[in-house]
Design a protein around this ligand. Structure first.
Ligand code: ADP
Length: 394
């Protein structure tokens, strides 16, 4: 009998879940609950693979109530007894976790300890673990960390040039994120590239965006750092800025630290530059019409992305391939075209027709003849979480 894994991704006010067959990725049920933990009524949408869709209010709007509704749906669909274990996506595992692990009290305490490094995300993950332990008391729980894949980065890549004591005493260092996505892509590369132990620069471009230097089964560098703010331009996050901006904006312009923080996380990136949207599609539509704000936005986005891709090659001593993934990487032929055009000097060139026909889950090498490979690969973080959970709960 086939079995399933319940994959849970808890945000501070949301809960995304999926029931996944870890062998073939089949997803009979998935859904999203929103407006949780904000003191009012929440809502949940549940979809079946057959096309069924139910929406209902959650009162109270809490993660616990969302799981009660989900458990009822699992029972109704005859799936409850087929679920073998629960897999949680966890943003920050600090230096504690270089791989996925089964949850016990010690693991939970370490995730709590990492709240100081990820104050927005880890509290919600702890809420999710507690609620799932209550909702599925007989199932094993596994945690899969966004930071784990990058735990093999060498010191030269993860240290900031700050007083060293900040690292030893406070664990202020670069961690990197999107590790579950990079690990999935890394697992696909040997077969796709026909190289046993490939080196690739992988760009995961979603609302949050990062680039990593992938050396076969681990990363040697990546663009996100202590938090997922550092690095390339994101949907609403700035990516790299001169850190002196903090003193200037608070000192000379009277902004509070929280205002500067909010600006860097929520009002910058594609949204801040374009003044339109954090959604790449909206900016691209305006770009196609010749809108000046959209043009400058895409220029900055792609120039910075190309610079970071080139920089990531340093850690690898050159790359066998460049890979694009994430919503923008998998779909935006414009971003790929403008970025790779800046990297021709490194031996990468696109085949325009292949680039334009590769989107919505289609994968392939979009490089021109004679170029080093440039791949588009659809990432699947949920499947990776399901596979880890399946293996650890055997
Ligand atoms: P998240 O980081 O939230 O998981 P995704 O990986 O889903 O994000 O990526 C979301 C981004 O992908 C959005 O900016 C969206 O505009 C972009 N995107 C999705 N489809 C397309 C498309 N056809 N063309 C350009 N961008 C797209």
């Amino acid at each position: 009998m086939s079995h399933y894994i319940f994959v849970l991704n808890c945000g501070s006010s949301s809960l995304k879940f999926s029931v996944i067959n870890p062998e073939n990725g089949e997803e009979p049920l998935k859904g999203l609950a929103e407006r949780l933990g904000v003191g009012g009524v929440g809502n949940i949408t549940i979809k079946t693979a057959a096309g069924g869709k139910t929406e209902q209010q959650l009162d109270p709007g809490t993660h616990q109530e969302a799981l009660h509704v989900i458990v009822a749906a699992l029972k109704k669909e005859g799936l409850m007894d087929k679920i073998k274990a629960v897999g949680h996506r966890i943003v920050h595992g600090g230096e504690y976790f270089a791989e996925s692990v089964l949850v016990d009290d010690d693991v939970r305490n370490k995730i709590v300890d990492c709240i100081r490094l990820a104050p927005l995300h880890n509290p919600a993950h702890v809420t999710g673990i507690d609620a799932a332990r209550e909702a599925f008391p007989n199932l094993k729980q596994v945690v899969v960390f966004d930071t784990a894949f990058h735990q093999h980065m060498p010191q030269r890549a993860f240290l900031y040039a700050l007083p060293y004591k900040l690292y030893t005493d406070n664990k202020i260092r670069r961690y990197g994120f999107h590790g579950t996505s990079y690990r999935y892509i890394a697992s696909q590369l040997p077969e796709k590239l026909g190289i046993a132990k490939p080196k690739a620069v992988v760009a995961h471009l979603g609302n949050g965006a990062s680039v990593a230097a992938v050396d076969f089964d681990h990363s040697v560098d990546t663009t996100m750092g202590l938090t997922p703010l550092e690095g390339v331009v994101h949907g609403t996050r700035s990516g790299d800025v001169d850190p002196a901006i903090f003193g200037i904006l608070t000192g000379q312009m009277g902004m509070s630290p929280k205002e500067v923080d909010d600006m860097l996380w929520k009002q910058s990136g594609l949204l801040g530059l374009s003044g339109m949207s954090n959604d790449c599609r909206t900016v691209e539509e305006a770009y196609a019409k010749g809108d000046a704000a959209a043009i400058r936005t895409m220029e900055v986005y792609c120039y910075r992305l190309a610079k970071h891709i080139a920089a990531q090659m340093v850690g690898l001593g050159g790359a066998d391939a460049i890979v694009f993934t994430g919503g923008i990487g998998e779909n935006s032929s414009l971003v790929r075209e403008k970025t790779i055009a800046l990297l021709e000097y490194l031996g990468f060139k696109l085949d325009s027709a292949k680039n334009h026909e590769t989107f919505r889950g289609k994968e392939g090498n979009i490089a021109a003849a004679g170029s080093k490979p440039v791949w588009v690969i659809a990432t699947n973080e949920e499947l990776m979480i399901a596979r880890d959970t399946d293996a650890l709960s055997a």
